[in-house]
Design a protein around this ligand. Sequence first.
Ligand code: SAM
Length: 451
Amino acid sequence: MSLPVSFLESLVGIKGFNQSSFEKVHASGEQVTSVRLNPLKYSNAQQELYDGAIPWCKDAYYLKERPSFTLDPTFHAGAYYVQEASSMFLWQVMEQLIGTNTSAKKVLDLCAAPGGKSTLLASYFMDGLVIANEVIKSRASVLVENCIKWGHPNIVVTNNDPDHFKQLKGFFDVIVVDAPCSGSGLFRKDPFAIEEWSLANVAHCSQRQERILTSILPSLKEEGILVYSTCSYSKSENEQIVDWLITEMDMVSLKIDLNENWNIVEVSSVNENGFGYRFYPDQIRGEGFFIAAFKKRGQTSFSKLNEIKLIKPNKLELTQMDQFFSAPNAYTFFKQNEAIRIIAEEWFTTLQQIAAALYIKKAGVEIGTIKGKDIIPSHELAVSTFNKSQFLQIDLTKEQALQYIRRKELSLDAPKGWCLVKYLDLYVGWIKVLPNRINNYYPAEWRILKD
Ligand code: SAM
């Protein structure tokens, strides 16, 4: 793998850059695979592959080798997320800047697809609300899928341009901007990214990053935290953005404490000495990454937010729903088209405010759809972290679970009616057992095609 000369030249002089070991690690072909476990769906499925814990993130492990995740039913059940180790440093940033005071926090992941940071934030802010936004429609669908599989009821997925957030002035306690970038940090993982790289694209990305930040900062609360990250090594996408945030946007740079064994490099922006953190693959087990954190100062003028009234089910529908699913305390049902969904009561008004400003792709958990006297249960309910002990359920072998995820026919000795199927104690989905056959309700668009 040979790296562009203009790229290498542009990194000379940046703290931590060591050209010979940097080139060597790119030529080595070594691949690092890591996973972050879902704390609400613990499973020991991949344990024999663990190759040490990732020191800056909870429940995160390197793997000895890359298994076929597609052929692991626990992956589809949301037991873990395959995430690059450096980017899990976001957990460390949250631990140091937010600590345990997570309740009632509104957290925005602005550039969220496919969902690595959003699922991390959902696990961190268990009692907060995470808004995972993605501007590109097709990528927003992948984000929805990953958030559904993660199963936490505290995620709202939106599909909006950063500009649309201007209506939510001073709204968020935390905003994460994992910005679109020139992608050099992923050269080792994705050699095609090398062909796309150019100095002109770096300049284009840097301008876009400033535009995105300009659009989103008004929606951060006074004293709120901004986390900015890229998977680029270029100064104009990293330290220069730090300088710009301090001088032009009046943000206060925040220091993150590092353990020296981590080999993460603390850098200072040229003009303002703002803090930034660089991850080099020749020095850590992970890919290239940059992260920096800030606090907002100044007065955010308070403005009353618009709301769109979300429709609640009528009495009859509520009785029907209650009989089907006993909602946990302090949760409330609402309707979206034909489907009935549920969200924590404390977030209902917030959701109505979000609905007035943004296009919501998913909020809370879809429980099911009423069809006459019946309720068609939703896949979201099956893979949610809600207690489902009230439903019929049956354990599958690995082969049966894969058949199910392929959406093939199953032959099982199962009780009649709607039944949850499980693998290694993790819920995989619904089946409906009829007198002469079993209907497979795994979502058609997510079925695996691999044998
Ligand atoms: N945070 C994600 C994760 O951890 O899985 C990765 C995000 S990726 C680095 C950047 C995302 O920004 C992409 O999903 C891309 O579609 C989105 N994006 C592209 N252009 C954008 C723009 N103008 N404004 C906001 N987001 C944009």
